[in-house]
Every structure is written in C-alpha cells, then in structure tokens.
Design a protein around this ligand. Structure first.
Ligand code: AMP
Length: 177
C-alpha cells in the first residue's frame, strides 16, 4: 500500500475535470499522472506489490483505461493479459454482459476461450465508482468458470460505495476520494 506521501504525490498528478463526459460528473483525468515517468513507475510498483500478495494466473484489464495498467502488472508477474472489451471489438467467439455506468449503460465482452475453468484472475481498472462495471466483469469471468482472485484499481471513489457490490472479492485501490 502507498504511504501518505506517495498518495499525496499521486493525487497531485490527477486532474479533476468538471462536467465530463456529462454535466454533474467530476472526471478523474489520469493522463496528467501517466505522462510523469516517476508517477507511472510508482503506480506500477504499488500495483505489483498488491498483486504479489495474491495467487494470480492471469491479469484481466477493462477497456479502456484498465488496458494501461493490467499488461504492465501481468508482464511484471510473468503471467498473461486478457482484454475485456467494449461490444463488437473482439474478433472471435465472445460472451457479453450489459451493465449500468455512473453515466449511461454499456456492454462488455470477453473471448469465450480466454479463460479456462479454475483460472485465477486479477481484474484491473483505473477507477472504481459505483462498482457496476466490475460486478459485470466478475459475472463474465465466472460464466467461463474463472475464479476472481481480486480487483485492483488506481482510484476508488469511496462515496459511491462500489466496494459494497464487490463484497465477495478482495479489492485494493491505491488512492481513495
Ligand atoms: P462504475 O461501473 O460506476 O464503477 O464505473 C467505473 C468505470 O467508469 C471505470 O472504467 C472508470 O474508468 C469510469 N468512471 C466512472 N466514473 C468516473 C470518474 N468520475 N472519472 C473517471 N472515470 C470514471
């Protein structure tokens, strides 16, 4: 887990954008963090430290911003990466799920052959808000017989209580608001 100084350093790099993509949403823009080499390395190190406490066979990332972190972690653990993509993007046979977002609805898909029964999966995304997205991803992975080893996020919006939706699973986040 990050120290208070590390959390403060990372929070300084995250930009709040009001009313994006919809009025009333304060969007946590992480591009300002990603472009800083030291911050990017710190996030990767801290996520890997948490992931090493788990028994992970593969790391799944949720499109789009989960794709930034999940492969970095997977490579450092020496395990594979699985993309969970928006509808219509994966070329082979898929299973899909439709879910509610903080802003609107969306569908996610995974390749049917991406996970074998009993595979232990760490799921990574940039941000946990209401938890709707992550809960749906858990459904997708469990439909294929995978075991959710845990969820990991850079940012958690604690006031939206997403963690309550993921009670069954270990969850880590590096930064909380
Ligand atoms: P949720 O399903 O409500 O937990 O929403 C999580 C997903 O929506 C993540 O993939 C986030 O990238 C995105 N998201 C939701 N709220 C925000 C926000 N305030 N700032 C940035 N991304 C967000």
């Amino acid at each position: 887990m990050p120290t208070m100084i590390q959390v403060a350093r990372l929070k300084e790099r995250i930009r709040d954008v009001a009313d994006f993509p919809k009025k009333g949403i304060v969007f946590k823009d992480i591009t300002t963090l990603l472009k800083d080499g030291e911050s990017l390395k710190l996030v990767a190190d801290l996520m890997v430290e948490e992931a090493r406490k788990m028994d992970v066979d593969v790391v799944a990332g949720i499109e789009s911003r989960g794709f930034i972190f999940a492969p970095m972690i997977a490579a450092r653990l020496g395990v594979g990466f699985i993309p969970i993509r928006k509808k219509g993007k994966l070329p082979h046979k898929t299973v899909s799920v439709t879910y509610q977002l903080e802003y609107g609805t969306d569908s996610l898909e995974i390749h049917k052959d991406a996970i074998e029964k009993g595979t232990r999966v760490l799921v990574i995304d940039d941000l946990l808000a209401t938890g709707g997205t992550s809960k749906s991803v858990a459904k997708l992975i469990e439909k294929l017989g995978g075991i959710i080893e845990g969820f990991g996020f850079l940012i958690e919006l604690s006031f939206l209580k997403g963690r309550d939706k993921l009670k069954k699973y270990p969850v880590f986040s590096l930064i909380q608001y």
